[in-house]
Write a protein that binds this ligand. Structure first.
Ligand code: ANZ
Ligand code: ZN
Length: 817
């Protein structure tokens, strides 16, 4: 047996790293490189998505460490949430025991993958020493005026008498998961963090986040959804002036009805004397916001005066007008808005065109029939009194003045409702007193710890009588605790700060250290967190800076962001239980070892791209590692006929240059997160060494330097076998703590250019000096590390380098690329 045995070497080196505290970062380190993976939800086992995510950060952290950086690479557990409650129900245990068991087994798996974390900094959000600070921060947000109580719609099961999470409502008919009763939608008061106060800054600062993928920034922009428009007053019956919000003030001459949200004050007033309206409002308020019917609405019998035309237009109350958007009131223009059009058709309301396509538009004015379909583009005004012929844009500008309106900016972004009617979360530190109202739990009484879990149909905290009933901190009278817990997104909005001082017991984090260590330099995680988690974390960071828990203007938490692509099953589908195409990390570790899994994943594609699992890919990664190992042991055993000062000086010099070029190339590629390119370069250097050894008696110094370089370049991705080889080569100390191979990368483009030139020279030189005539052997002379670049450049440039492009292997590479 010549190869290495992964079952022996992997645990061995994991222990060695641990003993040497390789991954520890001291508190007094200044401004370390902060490399962070989104912490896992404690589901019980790692899946391939995790493995990919954590391989990326681990490889990068190891790379930076070898380059001499102090690296902060921590890990923790996103360990609150409904699934633990469900699991506890199913397994007749409690969420805490279940969660701690999950943490144990996941931690073991992470260790088996060879991921190097500073475990001294481990955090678990379900522990009181963590969630205490959620409560404390909630209070600081409250002090800063960022906590509000607002109404919000919840799923209510009338039979269980409990609130249900969206995941607990089943099917089209919306049945309670437990008792199959149709659920109701109830408006209830909830705790909100007023993230909308930061809407403008959260939006503006996206422009500066150039280390983030554009699609994520775009998703956040859309989510924040800034709309610039105007508000204008309409007189409504005897009810006085009602403000509307519009982004299309240019269409005001075409308003044919007016509409109020069911929750609008004036709608409620009208309902007092109008049974039909009252009935409509009641039904509308019980309906699910998510599947609204645009045609649903009721005529109030009232009329509003259009300030532009002086016309009286009918006033409706309609479901599609949302109470908490804009002013909750609008004038409707069926000719130019799709929803208004649909509503007008259903209620037989006239449709009046006031905008037509201008001369520069793609369509002709007479191709448009607004009776059939709304024309929603900007254009030129018609039937708008003295303003005919104005462009929409101009009209919007003028009409604000003419109709005495105000410029008004609206956002889609809503305040963040953090109340959850569940057990397994952070208790909201509020006490409800009959006399004093809501009173915050005093800081010295934090944390408010969760009581024992009980099995019940409703929220276990509601059933915890002893826990629930307390004296009011203000008046000492009878009071009850808030029984809602916090959205788990609160936990993940600042966990990256807790890693900087995980054991601190008088503050959530050390202001000075956090300020020095933040922001996170490289953040890696799934695209599913593009909006909520990343937006909330940005919001928290800004608030914490504003209330001086951070200082020095740390206003963004994550400088660079990478969203790893999906790992698909071998059939190209998403890995899933139902498709039976999943591959368990555990099995791969057992069969091939962690290094193979890591190498395969990193070679398969760039981090952002998805790729399909492939047995051949795994096999190829495995044989490559065995191959490198064998090349080393052959050399060490003297089976490679290396000589000091070999006569083939030209080849030795060439190989020596290739070693440096590969180190330089791999360094650049690692820096840019193009791990697959780096590894491609390493593979090519290995083939070069193989061919070198086969073609001639290699020069000892050059050959050994080649092996050492390969080993170091592999260390971030396949760290165990790299340590093993390092040791075979008789090196002192751990490779994980060794220096990264020097090989300064010149400015990339110039280097590429020069290599193209050099390559041509090399081909000629080598062919002449050594007399290699076999075209296959010419590959020896092609700069291996830069092969793909050479092809790219050769294709772009007119002066295609013939020697390069004639090379078969390169041609194939070019076709595949
Ligand atoms: C008149 C108008 C004419 C509008 C027109 C649009 C087109 P978007 O669609 O994203 O630009 N609006 C205002 N308040 C609303 C509320 N509370 N609930 C639902 N819709 C509301 O959003 C802005 C438009 O949404 C506004 O511009 C308003 O309709 C509607 F040809 O006013 B518009
Ligand atoms: Zn009180």
């Amino acid at each position: 047996e010549r190869g290495f045995d992964h079952t022996a070497i992997e645990p061995h080196w994991q222990e060695a790293w641990d003993d040497a505290d390789v991954f520890r970062i001291e508190d007094d380190a200044t401004d370390p490189e902060y490399v962070l993976a989104m912490f896992p939800y404690t589901s019980g086992s790692l899946h391939m998505g995790h493995v990919r995510n954590y391989t990326i950060t681990d490889a990068f952290a190891r790379f930076e460490r070898m380059r001499g950086e102090h690296v902060l690479h921590p890990m923790g557990w996103d360990s609150f949430g409904l699934p633990a409650e469900n699991a506890a129900e199913e397994r007749d245990t409690n969420p805490r025991d279940w969660t701690l068991k999950c943490i144990d087994s996941m931690k073991e798996q992470l260790t088996e993958m060879g991921f190097g974390y500073d475990w001294e900094r481990e955090i678990a959000t379900c522990e009181p020493d963590y969630y205490k600070w959620n409560q404390w921060l909630f209070k600081r947000f409250d002090d800063a005026g960022l906590v509000e109580r607002q109404g919000a719609e919840l799923n209510w099961c009338p039979s269980c008498e409990t609130v249900l999470a969206d995941e607990q409502v089943e099917g089209e008919d919306e049945l309670c998961w437990r008792c199959d009763t149709p659920i109701e939608h109830r408006e209830m008061d909830q705790w909100f963090l007023t993230i909308t106060d930061y809407a403008e800054e959260l939006l503006d600062a996206l422009d500066g986040l150039d280390g983030w993928p554009n699609n994520v920034r775009e998703m956040q922009r859309n989510w924040i959804g800034k709309q610039e428009g105007a508000s204008v007053a309409f007189e409504v019956g005897d009810y006085g002036a009602v403000d509307i919000f519009t982004t299309r003030l240019d269409t005001i001459y075409g308003a044919t009805y007016f509409s109020l949200a069911p929750g609008h004050e004036v709608a409620q007033e009208i309902a007092e004397d109008n049974d039909e309206v009252a009935e409509y409002i009641e039904i509308a308020e019980g309906a699910d916001e998510d599947d609204l019917d645009v045609t649903s609405g009721v005529f109030t019998g009232e009329y509003a005066t259009n300030p532009a035309t002086g016309e009286e237009i009918p006033v409706y109350v309609a479901d599609y007008v949302l109470t908490d958007v804009g002013t909750g009131a609008l004038y409707a223009v069926p000719a130019h808005d799709d929803r208004d059009h649909e509503f007008a058709e259903a209620h037989d309301i006239p449709i009046t065109q006031v905008v037509e396509p201008g001369p520069e538009a793609a369509v002709d004015a007479d191709e448009i029939d607004v009776q059939e379909q709304a024309y929603t583009e900007d254009g030129v005004l018609v039937d708008s009194g003295e303003y005919d012929g104005l462009h929409s844009e101009q009209a919007r500008g003028e009409f604000v003045e003419v109709f005495d309106g105000d410029h008004r900016t609206e956002y889609n972004l809503r305040d963040w409702g953090i109340s959850r009617q569940r057990y397994w979360g952070t208790p909201i530190p509020m006490i409800d007193c009959d006399d004093c109202g809501y009173v915050p739990v005093p800081d010295e009484d934090l944390p408010v710890e969760l009581p024992e879990f009980v099995h019940t149909t409703g929220n276990p905290l509601d059933a915890a009588e002893e826990w629930k009933h307390v004296d009011c901190p203000e008046c000492g009278g009878d009071a009850v605790r808030e029984t809602d817990t916090m959205d788990t997104f609160v936990d993940s909005s600042w966990y990256f700060l807790r890693y900087t001082s995980p054991d601190l017991d008088d503050a959530p984090f050390d202001t000075e250290r956090a300020t020095d260590w933040m922001p996170v330099d490289q953040y890696v995680g799934g695209i599913e967190h593009a909006v909520m988690h990343l937006l909330y974390a940005r919001f928290f960071t800004k608030v914490l800076d504003d209330i001086d828990l951070l200082s020095g203007g740390v206003r963004e938490p994550f400088t660079n962001l990478t969203n790893q692509g999906m790992v698909l099953g071998a059939d190209g589908n998403k890995m899933s239980k139902s498709l039976g195409n999943g591959v368990s990390p555990q099995r791969i570790i057992e069969e091939y070892g962690a290094d193979t899994a890591r190498l395969f994943i990193m070679e398969a594609a760039q981090p952002e791209k998805e790729f399909a699992w492939s047995a051949e890919g795994v096999q190829s990664a495995h044989s490559f590692l065995q191959n490198v190992y064998e090349l080393t042991t052959d050399y060490v055993a003297g089976d490679v006929a290396a000589e000091s000062g070999s006569e083939d000086a030209a080849i030795a010099a060439y190989v020596a240059r290739e070693i440096d070029a590969t180190a330089a190339a791999a360094t650049t590629e690692y820096e840019q997160f193009r791990f697959n390119h780096a590894l491609q370069a390493v593979r090519e250097l290995v083939s070069l060494l193989r061919r070198y050894e086969e073609a001639t008696d290699p020069d000892t110094e050059t050959f050994e330097r080649g092996l050492v370089t390969v080993t170091k370049l592999l260390a971030p991705v396949a760290p165990h076998v790299a340590e093993e080889i390092w040791q075979e080569l008789d090196n002192e100390g751990l490779l994980a703590q060794a220096d990264w191979p020097a090989g300064e990368a010149p400015a990339e483009y110039d280097l590429e250019r020069r290599l193209v030139e050099d390559t041509r020279e090399d081909v000629r030189d080598i062919v002449e000096t050594v007399g290699i005539e076999d075209p296959q052997r010419i590959t020896l002379a092609i700069a291996p590390a830069w092969k793909h670049r050479v092809v790219d450049i050769a294709r772009e440039a007119d002066n295609v380098v013939p020697a390069v492009m004639q090379n078969q292997e390169l041609q194939q590479y070019g076709e595949a690329a």
